[in-house]
Design a binder for this molecule. Structure first.
Ligand code: ADP
Ligand code: MG
Length: 250
């Protein structure tokens, strides 16, 4: 890509506020993400990271503020989330695969049912994606036959099969055995480096965040305390609070 090329904005959030009942959990959250950027969302437990991620793909409603996806405004009352969500892949800590469907059928559900694609074409692509994550032999097995790391790979493939423009990862390695973590992080890294995928990542793996994130959003008690380029954040974060957080993570 030419250095001079105009950056393409994928997502913009402006003064987003979110309440659960009377309890405000997100305060005036504003940030943008350009195509190909990797943003890591860091902060203590309960700071609102998952809630923010869930607001970005319509799993949670927000009460005020603006959300723009691909230049189009999405209001808090947006009805078209099922269509929009196809462009926003999400992978959680718990894999949420359908236990009664094979690996392949889990992956094909979205492309066939939601996107109405041809089975042959979608299957060929799904198999290619499975091969990419080292699971080409597992297309016909059921989720219960897989390890946690393998299930998480399937969950990633399932999201990629919809051709998302943005991927959201919420602590995807948090429930994995340590020896499984590395493989998943490698897949995410490759998505950034090889595919230039735009991503927002919530993670406790600070080394990984330091290596991959173009920018860090540090959240505490529902507020963005700082937005700092990745390298700079880990060398000298702007806020005392973020420095304390980093110390507690090592
Ligand atoms: P994080 O992902 O950073 O740990 P969360 O987004 O899960 O933080 O939580 C932010 C705040 O919102 C916490 O105070 C949490 O207790 C509260 N919260 C999260 N989910 C719900 C919910 N479904 N109903 C009510 N409160 C919630
Ligand atoms: Mg969370």
């Amino acid at each position: 890509m030419e250095e001079t090329e105009m950056p393409e904005q994928i997502l913009k959030i402006d003064k987003l506020n979110k309440y659960y009942g009377q309890h405000q959990v997100l305060y005036d959250i504003s940030f943008e993400i350009q195509k190909g950027e990797v943003v890591a969302l860091l902060g203590p437990s309960g700071s609102g990271k998952s809630t923010l991620i869930r607001c970005l793909n319509g799993l949670e409603q927000f009460q005020s503020g603006f959300l723009f996806f691909g230049g189009k405004q999405i209001t808090p009352q947006e009805k078209n989330w099922p269509q929009l969500r196809q462009k926003i892949g999400m992978v959680f800590q718990s894999y949420d695969l359908f236990p009664n469907l094979s690996v392949l059928d889990n992956i094909l559900l979205g492309p066939l049912k939601v996107q109405k694609r041809q089975r042959a074409e979608a299957t060929a692509e799904a198999l290619k994606l499975l091969q990419r994550v080292g699971l080409e032999k597992y297309a016909e097995v059921y989720p219960r036959q897989l390890s946690g790391g393998q299930k998480q790979r399937v969950a990633i493939v399932r999201a990629l099969a919809l051709h998302p423009e943005l991927m959201l990862f919420d602590e995807v390695t948090a429930s994995l055995d340590p020896e499984m973590v590395r493989g998943i992080l490698e897949i995410i890294r490759e998505l950034s480096e090889r595919d230039n995928m735009t991503m927002i990542i919530v993670t406790h793996e600070m080394n990984f965040a330091a290596q991959i994130a173009d920018r860090i959003l540090f959240l505490e008690e529902g507020r963005i305390l700082e937005q700092t380029p990745g390298k700079e954040f880990f060398q000298h974060a702007k806020t005392q609070r973020a420095r304390e957080f980093l110390e507690s993570m090592t």
